[in-house]
Ligand binder design. Structure first.
Ligand code: HDD
Length: 728
C-alpha cells in the first residue's frame, strides 16, 4: 500500500504538471532541462519505500499487531473475521509472477552511457549527438535456458539487455554475449527453446544443452552450428558479466536527420578484458557458489569498481548491402571485424546495484520495439518476429497492459497518448477526451511528424511475392562456423573440443551423436575427428575444404587485456605458523593495486594477526583468480597433513586446481613445497612470469610482486593446458 500511495501521489503530481503547473516539481524541472546521468535514479527514488523505524500497518493503513492470528480461545479455531491474517496470507500467495519463458535467471544494474562525439552524420538519436551527453541505463544479464533458481556458471548463451532512458524515450538493445544466433527465423524460436529446455517428460536437465533433444535439434538444423560452436567455446562459460562482450546480433538501421540510413551491428566491448572459465571450474563453481556471477557483479559495484563497456557499431552503407558472401539479414552470421571494423561511439559505466531485485530486475520489461528516432529495423526475419514476442510475453508476466507504468519501466520523459484503462491503471487521466483526432482538446496530444522531432520511419522500398522460404545466402551454414573455429588459438580450440565431447557425449542416441559429428565435419575435419573419438562415433572419412580464413575479434585470448588488476580475486593460503610478514606484504601490495585479497585459514577470525575471512571448507580455488602460498614450515606441514588435518586434501586440491585451470600461482619459501606436493610443475629458476606460465616461486614475496601482478593481468595461462595429440 505504501508504494501505491506514493505512486498515486506521483501520478497526481504528473496530473498537475500536465495541466501546466510545472515549477513546483523538481523532477519535471530537471526533465525539461534535459535528462542527465541521474535522471532515472531520481525518478526511482520517488517510488522508494523505507520501512526502517516505522510502525506495522495493513495494506489499507490501519496500525496493527499481527504476531498471532485471531482465535476463538487460545487453542481454538482461527476466525474468518481475522482481516490481518487473511490479507497477509493472501498477499503472500500471490507474490510470484511467471518467470521469463527464456532468460529467467538474471542480474541487473544501473549506470549511465556517455557519448564520445557528435554522431549526427549517422543518426538523429539525440543522446548520440552531443559529446559528453550522459544517459541513464539499466542492464540485465541473464542465462537463457535455466529457470530462475538455476546456477550461474552453466554452459549457455547469456543475455546482455540494455535499456537507455533517453530524453526522447526508451531504447532497449536486447542482445546476447554471443554474436550470432541459432536460428534464422522467429518461427523456429519455439522449436529451439523446446529442444534446449528441460525435456518435457522428465523436466531434466536444468539449465543447459547437454542432452539429447538439444543436439537432435542442432543436428537437424545446420543453421545452428555457428552459434553452437560459440557456446561450446569459452564464450559459453564467461568468468564474469564484467568480462563479456555484448552483441545486438541483428543488423539494425541508423537514420540521420536528412533521412539517410546505414546498416548497423551494435557491439559492447568490456574494458575489463574478456575472460572465460574452464568447464571443470564452471561445474565446481555451480556447486560451491551458484550465485557466482551475481555476486561478482554486486561486489564490484559495491566496492566502486564500476564495470565499463565501450559501445560501438559496424557500419555498412546502404549501397553495400549485397557485397558480402552472407546476407546482412541473416542473424546466424556476424560481420567479421576484418571486413568492417568496430567503430566506438561511447562508453557505459555500471555504477549502482538495484535496491530491490523484484521491483527492478524482475519487473523490467525489455522490448526490441522500444526505439527512439534515429534507430530502426531491418527485415531480418528473426528480428521481425521478436518485435511481436517481447510485447506479448510481458502481458503474460505482468498480468496486464499497464506494465510500462512500473517505476523501472517508465521513460524519463513525459508520456501522453489516448491509451486508457486496463488492469492496474495507476494514472488518473483528466478530461473526457481519449481519442484522436479531437476538437474538444485542440487535437492534443498532437501528432508529431519526423521533421518536428517525431519518430523517423525509413521509407525502405519493399516488393516481392508473398511466400515462405529463405534467400539463397541463408543456406551457407558452415563458412562462418569455420571462420570462428579457425580464429581460435589451439588452447581455445581444445576447450571447444572438450565442451563438445561433454555435451554431445550426454546424448544416449548414437544416431544423434553421429549426425552431430557429420555437421562438425562440414566445419572442420580435425574438429570432428577429435570430438568423435570422445563420443563413440567413427572418425568421419570425408574431408571438406577448409578456407583457412580467420578474422580478428573472435578469440577471447587475443582480446586486449585489462590495464590493471582491480577486482582480481586472490587467495593467500595460510595455517598457524605462516610467515605473516611475507603474507602481509603480498596482501598489502595486491590490495593497494585494487585486487580483492582474502586470507584462507583453518578457522575464521584472527590467526597470528591475519584476519582469516575464508576457510578451506567455506571456499575453494575455483572461486578465486589466483593463489599465493607464503612460507612458514609448520604451516605448510599442516596444509600437507592429509591424515588428521585434511583427509580430503583441500589445500592440495586448492593449489592443483589453481594450476590446472591456468591461473596465476605464486609461492615463497616453504610454500613452494605445497606446490610440489600438489604435483604442480615448479619452474627450476626464476624466469619471467610468461616463461614460467604464471607459476612463480621465490624466497621472498617482495620479488614476486611485479611478476605476480603481470600474471594477474594476463589472467589465464592457457599454454599450461594439455592439447589433444592430434590437435593442429
Ligand atoms: Fe529473446 C527474452 C535476447 C531471440 C523471445 N531475449 C530475452 C532476453 C534477452 C534476449 C537478452 C532477456 C531480456 C531481459 O533481461 O528481460 N532473444 C535475444 C536475442 C535473440 C533473441 C539476442 C536473437 C538475436 N527472443 C528471440 C526470439 C524470440 C524471443 C526469436 C521469439 C520469437 N526473448 C523472447 C521472449 C523473452 C525474451 C519470450 C522472454 C522474457 C522476455 O522476452 O522479456 O519474448
Amino acid at each position: 500500500m505504501k508504494a501505491y500511495t506514493i505512486g498515486y501521489a506521483i501520478t497526481l503530481v504528473f496530473g498537475v504538471l500536465s495541466s501546466g503547473v510545472t515549477a513546483q516539481c523538481p523532477f519535471h524541472k530537471r526533465m525539461t532541462e534535459g535528462g542527465g546521468q541521474d535522471a532515472k535514479l531520481e525518478q526511482l527514488e520517488q517510488y522508494s519505500v523505507n520501512d526502517a523505524g516505522t510502525q506495522e500497518t495493513t495494506m489499507f493503513g490501519t496500525k496493527i499487531n499481527n504476531t498471532d492470528s485471531l482465535k476463538a480461545g487460545l487453542r481454538g479455531p482461527t476466525l474468518m473475521e481475522d482481516f490481518m491474517m487473511r490479507e497477509k496470507v493472501m498477499h503472500f500467495d500471490h507474490e510470484r509472477i511467471p518467470e521469463r519463458v527464456v532468460h529467467a535467471r538474471g542480474v541487473g544494474a544501473h549506470g549511465y552511457f556517455e557519448t564520445y562525439e557528435d554522431w549526427s552524420d549517422l543518426t538523429a538519436a539525440k543522446f548520440l549527438r552531443t559529446p559528453g551527453t550522459k544517459t541513464p541505463v539499466f542492464v540485465r544479464f541473464s542465462t537463457v535456458l535455466g529457470s530462475k533458481g538455476s546456477a550461474d556458471t552453466v554452459r549457455d548463451v547469456r543475455g546482455f539487455a540494455t535499456r537507455f532512458y533517453t530524453e526522447e524515450g526508451l531504447w532497449d538493445l536486447v542482445g546476447n554475449i554471443i554474436a550470432p544466433f541459432f536460428v534464422q527465423d522467429a518461427i523456429k524460436f519455439p522449436d529451439l527453446i523446446h529442444a534446449g529446455k528441460p525435456q518435457p517428460n522428465t523436466d531434466v536437465p536444468q539449465a543447459g544443452t547437454a542432452h539429447e533433444t538439444a543436439y537432435d535439434f542442432f543436428a537437424s538444423e545446420p543453421a545452428t552450428i555457428h552459434t553452437v560452436l560459440w557456446a561450446l567455446s569459452g564464450r559459453g562459460i564467461p568468468r564474469s558479466f564484467r568480462q563479456v562482450e555484448g552483441f545486438g546480433v541483428h543488423t539494425f538501421r541508423l537514420v540521420n536527420e536528412e533521412g539517410k540510413s546505414v546498416f548497423a551491428k551494435f557491439i559492447w566491448k568490456p574494458l575489463q578484458g574478456l575472460s572465460n572459465l574452464v568447464w571443470d571450474e564452471a561445474q565446481k563453481i555451480a556447486g560451491k557458489d551458484s550465485d557466482f556471477h551475481r555476486n561478482d557483479l554486486y561486489d564490484a559495484i559495491n566496492r566502486g569498481d564500476y564495470p565499463e563497456y565501450e559501445f560501438g557499431v559496424q557500419i555498412v552503407q546502404e549501397e553495400d548491402e549485397d557485397k558480402f558472401d552472407f546476407d546482412l539479414l541473416d542473424p546466424t552470421k556476424l560481420i567479421p571485424e576484418s571486413l568492417v571494423p568496430f567503430k566506438p561511439l561511447g562508453k557505459m559505466t555500471l555504477n549502482r546495484n538495484v535496491e530491490n531485485f523484484f521491483s527492478e530486475t524482475e519487473q523490467v520489461t525489455f522490448h526490441l520495439g522500444h526505439v527512439v528516432r534515429g534507430i530502426g529495423f531491418t527485415n531480418d526475419p528473426l528480428l521481425q518476429g521478436r518485435l511481436f514476442s517481447y510485447l506479448d510475453t510481458q502481458i503474460n508476466r505482468m498480468g496486464g497492459v499497464n506494465y510500462m507504468q512500473l517505476p523501472i519501466n517508465r521513460p524519463i520523459n513525459p508520456v501522453h497518448n489516448s491509451q486508457r484503462d486496463g488492469q492496474m491503471q495507476f494514472n488518473i487521466f483528466k478530461g473526457k477526451v481519449a481519442y484522436s483526432p479531437n476538437g474538444l482538446q485542440a487535437d492534443t496530444p498532437s501528432m508529431v511528424d519526423a521533421k518536428d522531432g517525431g519518430y523517423i520511419e525509413y521509407p525502405e522500398m519493399v516488393e516481392g511475392r508473398k511466400e515462405r522460404g529463405k534467400s539463397a545466402k541463408f543456406f551457407d551454414h558452415y563458412s562462418q562456423a569455420q571462420l570462428f573455429w579457425n580464429s581460435l588459438t589451439p588452447p581455445e580450440q581444445q576447450q571447444l573440443v572438450d565442451g563438445a565431447r561433454f555435451e554431445i557425449g550426454k546424448s544416449k542416441s548414437l544416431d544423434v551423436r553421429k549426425r552431430m559429428i557429420e555437421i562438425l565435419n562440414h566445419v572442420d575435419n580435425n574438429l570432428a575427428v577429435r570430438v568423435a573419438s570422445g563420443v563413440g562415433v567413427e572418425e568421419p572419412a570425408n574431408k571438406y575444404k577448409n578456407s583457412n580464413q580467420t578474422s580478428e575479434g573472435l578469440s577471447i585470448d587475443q582480446y586486449p587485456k585489462a590495464k590493471n588488476i582491480r577486482t582480481r580475486t586472490v587467495a593467500i593460503l595460510t595455517a598457524p605458523g605462516t610467515d605473516t610478514s611475507d603474507a602481509k606484504k603480498m596482501y598489502d601490495y595486491l590490495d593497494k593495486e585494487g585486487a580483492y585479497v582474502q586470507y584462507v585459514g583453518l578457522a575464521l577470525g584472527d590467526q597470528d594477526g591475519l584476519n582469516i575471512t575464508q576457510t578451506y571448507t567455506t571456499t575453494a580455488s575455483v572461486l578465486f583468480d589466483a593463489a599465493y602460498v607464503p612460507g612458514g614450515k609448520k604451516a605448510i606441514e599442516t596444509l600437507m597433513d592429509n591424515v588428521s588435518q585434511f583427509p580430503y586434501e583441500e589445500p592440495l586440491s586448492f593449489v592443483l586446481d589453481t594450476f590446472r585451470h591456468g591461473k596465476p600461482l605464486a609461492a615463497t619459501g616453504a610454500g613452494v613445497e605445497l606446490l610440489k606436493a600438489a604435483r604442480v610443475k615448479v619452474p627450476s629458476s626464476s624466469k619471467s612470469y610468461a616463461e614460467d606460465k604464471g607459476v612463480l616461486v621465490s624466497s621472498s614475496s617482495t620479488s614476486l610482486e611485479e611478476p605476480f601482478k603481470k600474471a594477474l593481468i594476463q589472467q589465464r595461462f592457457w599454454s599450461r593446458m594439455p592439447l589433444d595429440k592430434n590437435a593442429k
